[in-house]
Design a protein around this ligand. Sequence first.
Ligand SMILES: C[S@@+](CC[C@H](N)C(=O)[O-])C[C@H]1O[C@@H](n2cnc3c(N)ncnc32)[C@H](O)[C@@H]1O
Length: 269
Amino acid sequence: MAENSSEEQEAVLQPKDYCKLFDPDAYLQFYFSQNAIEDGTRVSLFALPVFAQIMIQQMRPTERETLLDIGAGPTVYSALCFRDVCRQIHLADYVERNLEVLRKWVRKEPSESVDWQPTIRVIKRTEGGPPPTNQVCEEVEEKARGLVKSGGIHFADVHQFDVVPEMQGVLVDVLVSIFTLESACKNYEEYRQCVKNMMRHLRSGGRFIIGSVLEDNVYNSGSKTIFHLLNLTEEIVIEALEEAGLDTKNAKKYVLDGEGVMFMMCTKN
Ligand SMILES: C[S@@+](CC[C@H](N)C(=O)[O-])C[C@H]1O[C@@H](n2cnc3c(N)ncnc32)[C@H](O)[C@@H]1O
């Protein structure tokens, strides 16, 4: 996530601005276009396939059937990374325009938003094996699409007691949330409450995977737009997870020095 000079801070958008001012196309262009993928290190595309492999090894298929990604934005990379872990994937977000991009992807409607092939190539590289052909990339995307089709695309608000009402109280085996809570929260009290709210969707013994931006106050949501971030440390994240009933002592953690992001996978007590 990019840093900003103090002049730009004046234009920093706040959590309340997401519905009106988060632009899915600009976001996808900035982080997931061919050029962006070639230029940058998307740490998520390294961490998530590693977690996927661990779950495949440690959990029986019946223990990892359903996955919910809260704050997926307009992205489908969690579905791409976890396509061999689960049988049903739910993507949820707060912004209607993001949900519309996801619905279009599921319906396979032509979209100028993004081509997921470069992302799939990085995921496949992390998974090992030879560079994938176009056909293999298409198969990966089709499999992920099918899983989201059998799950769903839902509205989510992490500030609500029932974060994803359309889940109708059904608990999932795997809960994912990447770079969302620090975007949605203004202070630590809210942050801790939102973690607890989200945990109501995860069954006991299920896995929670969180991706967090550390020690940053803003991020680029496109080349011209800057959104506020709650400044987090590893300790703050771990404390909030412990308080929400997660076993962080035995967590798998992935921190890349210099990237300012942390990925963790832990089990709900
Ligand atoms: C930085 S983006 C992350 C998107 C995606 N997870 C990724 O890794 O690229 C932050 C996301 O948080 C979502 N968000 C903001 N406020 C939210 C809220 N109150 N409840 C749920 N999601 C929210 C935004 O719509 C946006 O998609």
